[in-house]
Design a protein around this ligand. Structure first.
Ligand SMILES: [Zn+2]
Ligand SMILES: [Zn+2]
Length: 145
């Protein structure tokens, strides 16, 4: 083990490459030549799924680096922020899911909602006059909620 030469790691926001720092001054991602990278001064201390989560909030390098620094300096404050962000993302996910119906058969979001007054044709789906139709597979179903 040659830990004395460990200068830390970088994470490339653009291509998700993780590389070792080879000198004191970070230059560019060795894979995609982007300089949109954040620096871990010792080792990767943030799990990658948390980095992905943070990237949903902002892909700004300064924001992400600030979170890395915060994690290294004040883990409690960092955890608090991560929890807040996680909640926020879950709420957003929930909202976008309820705004965007999916076909229960194939999962496609290409859905048209139509009002159907012809009950003898659509009677099998119940009394509702509204029906969703998947443009992908043709499946029709009664919208919920
Ligand atoms: Zn890269
Ligand atoms: Zn479908």
């Amino acid at each position: 083990m040659d830990d004395s030469t460990n200068l830390g790691y970088y994470y490339c926001i653009d291509c998700k490459h993780i590389g070792r720092l080879t000198n004191m001054y970070f230059d560019k991602c060795e894979k995609c030549i982007s300089d949109n990278c954040i620096i871990f001064h010792n080792k990767i201390t943030i799990p990658l799924y948390e980095i992905d989560m943070l990237k949903q909030v902002s892909r700004d390098k300064k924001f992400l680096q600030a979170m890395v620094d915060l994690q290294e300096n004040d883990i409690i404050e960092y955890q608090m922020r991560i929890n807040q962000i996680e909640q926020q993302i879950n709420i957003q996910k929930h909202q976008s899911q309820s705004n965007q119906p999916r076909c229960p058969k194939c999962g496609s979001t290409a859905i048209s909602t139509g009002a159907r007054g012809v009950n003898y044709l659509w009677g099998f789906i119940g009394a509702s006059k509204t029906v969703n139709r998947c443009s992908n597979c043709g499946h029709t179903w009664k919208p919920r909620g």
